[in-house]
Design a protein around this ligand. Structure first.
Ligand SMILES: [Zn+2]
Length: 305
């Protein structure tokens, strides 16, 4: 296994961080917690290019992406006069473009080496080629898929699996791949919260809708049942390992512990390893104070796979 990390993944918001309940520097904290672990860390060479992003977006989005109001809304940051677009671009969008490059790097590497690649950031599953929302601007998995098809690492008929265990339903991926029968989605999500679109929920091939308040044992049991339905015929798997399933998280509505998150990632990765599917893990949501510890515990639990 290799970790994908860049110091600039962190959202360094200065005083603005008091407006949002999240820990924007969790990525550096994960690296600190992994200090004693002998694990290789690789870095994307730079942010994904605007050309790649433009290639992915539909025509209307290419125009709308220039609309600063849309970006402010998608980032859920109140539009404040003293916060300039350039500030947001530098502090939030640039880290996100680096994260997209990290997911693409992870996918390229796992396809050529078979090693599990773990991107600490990315997993922006509410963004699509036609929309940005829910703190997701660029659909890193969609952009990566498009580039892998272009560079020949994936063919039109190669099957790709997306396992989304962030607490929220991955509406952006479901919409982006709505017409691609070779991309399958397994989504474990809180059905009581955003996003509630039946159109995208119905696109999920292996849905695991759960209720608010679900604890670790039930969550892991239902996930395990869904994993058993998977066959070995995928060329590549993406995982969205959101830590907003933690009980301390204010948004996710589940009651998992740090140990449950570590167990979850181990369950998924050992399953995919048995099926010999190249895998890239992405971070997803979850910015509570326990988020970094849960990610570090999960990486430690999986490091021997
Ligand atoms: Zn989430």
């Amino acid at each position: 296994m290799k970790i994908i990390y860049e110091p600039r993944f962190n959202y360094q918001l200065g005083l603005l961080k008091y407006l949002h309940p999240f820990d924007g520097e969790k990525f550096s904290k994960v690296i600190t917690e992994l200090d004693s672990l002998n694990i290789e860390i690789i870095h994307p060479v730079g942010p994904v290019s605007p050309v790649m992003i433009n290639e992915y977006l539909n025509e209307l989005m290419r125009k709308l992406v220039l609309s600063k109001t849309l970006v402010f809304r998608a980032l859920e940051v109140p539009k404040i006069p003293f916060v300039s677009f350039d500030f947001l671009d530098n502090k939030i969008l640039l880290p996100m473009r680096l994260a997209v490059a990290g997911t693409l790097l992870g996918a390229e590497n796992t396809l050529s080496s078979g090693d599990i690649m773990w991107n600490l950031s990315g997993g922006f599953h509410h963004a699509s080629n036609v929309n940005m929302e829910g703190f997701c601007i660029y659909n890193d998995i969609g952009i990566s898929y498009q580039q892998l098809r272009k560079n020949g690492q994936l063919s039109e008929t190669d099957k790709v699996l997306i396992i989304d265990v962030d607490a929220h339903h991955g509406n952006g991926n479901a919409y982006s791949f709505k017409d691609n029968v070779n991309v399958h989605l397994l989504d474990v999500y809180n059905a009581d919260i955003y996003p509630t679109s039946d159109f995208t929920r119905n696109r999920v091939n292996f849905p695991v809708p759960l209720k608010s308040g679900v604890e670790g044992h039930e969550y892991l049991d239902k996930l395990n049942q869904a994993l058993k339905l998977l066959k070995a015929d995928y060329a590549l798997a993406f995982i969205i390992a959101g830590t907003d399933v933690l009980a301390v998280d204010k948004l996710g509505g589940f009651k998992l512990t740090v140990e449950d998150v570590a167990e979850r990632e181990k369950l998924i990765l050992s399953h995919l390893k048995n099926l010999e599917i190249p895998t890239v893990v992405t971070g997803g949501g979850g910015y509570s104070k326990q988020s970094a510890s849960a990610i570090a515990a999960a990486i430690k639990a999986c490091s021997e796979l």
